[in-house]
Design a protein around this ligand. Structure first.
Ligand SMILES: [Mn+2]
Length: 278
């Protein structure tokens, strides 16, 4: 990357095979934590500033694709909650080993927060020493329970709950604007974004747009959804946000490179909006 004049700011997501027992409170969690600690040390050594993660059992589940964005562009939509139980051997919609008998049993939200705290208590000191920040992505789609497992951050105010769990600046957020806009419950997207960025706890931003909220919404082009993208960027600018903004995902364009076309459109829109604010 450096040879091409690029600087890698962040890596996003541990592979499920690296930390499934940390998520599931299983017998290999201590050894898996040592592996994650080593990953963070190595990121520090090569100068990568952020490790994004999504502390989620079910991961992204229950989304479909359909021609619902402007011009009938193919896009992600959600219409109701995925209630299929999660088979033993799967986290994050991925198999980490052969399928076992039965399913992952439901456990409480408090227990999920206890597991997160165990994870942060052991990884944050290593991250601080390595000069790396851990950045938590909220649960997409933000149902309180999905695939019969509890979710961590599914209402806007819960970003603050995560921040308050550990005072270190290395305990940071991967603030997903789209997921936040999909949320029901307590807290306003712009107020929470303002509060978290004022505290300097946003490591980077996923910027996309949606129409609707759970249980029924669809992803849209940046310039057609419920989110006022200009207002989002104004808040970040006012609070001296100095991290990275990426488009997350977008509707697909009808062309030979549908995904790249959609991303290029989003990048151009963000760039132009930032210039208009400058
Ligand atoms: Mn996201």
């Amino acid at each position: 990357a450096e040879k091409e004049g690029l600087k890698i700011w962040a890596i996003e997501n541990f592979d499920p095979s690296m930390w499934y027992d940390i998520l599931l409170d299983g017998p290999r969690k201590e050894e898996q934590m040592q592996l994650l600690q080593e990953v963070i040390r190595r990121l520090g050594r090569v100068g990568i500033a952020v490790m994004g993660y999504n502390f989620s059992i079910a991961g992204v589940a229950g989304r479909k694709m359909g021609p619902f964005a402007r011009g009938q562009a193919e896009t992600v939509f959600v219409d109701g909650r995925d209630e299929r139980p999660l088979p033993d051997g799967m986290v994050w919609n991925m198999w980490y080993r052969e399928r076992g008998p039965g399913h992952i049993a439901f456990f409480s939200h408090d227990e999920l927060w206890r597991r997160l705290k165990w994870f942060l208590d052991r990884l944050i000191p290593v991250a601080e020493q390595a000069g790396v920040r851990l950045a938590a992505h909220p649960d997409d789609p933000p149902f309180p329970v999905l695939r019969q497992t509890p979710r961590l951050i599914y209402e806007p105010w819960m970003f603050q709950k995560l921040i308050d769990l550990h005072p270190s600046p290395a305990n940071a957020l991967e603030f997903c604007v789209g997921t936040s806009a999909e949320m029901q419950g307590e807290g306003d997207l712009y107020d929470i974004l303002d509060a978290c960025s004022r505290q300097g706890r946003i490591a980077y931003v996923h910027l996309r747009n949606v129409k609707g909220k759970i249980p029924k919404y669809q992803e849209t082009f940046l310039d057609e959804g419920d989110v006022d993208v200009r207002k989002v960027l104004q808040i970040l600018r006012r609070n001296n946000f100095d991290g990275v903004i990426i488009p997350d995902h977008t509707p697909l364009l009808s062309c030979a490179a549908p995904w790249h076309g959609g991303m290029a459109y989003a990048m151009g829109y963000i760039r132009a909006m930032l210039q208009s604010l400058e």
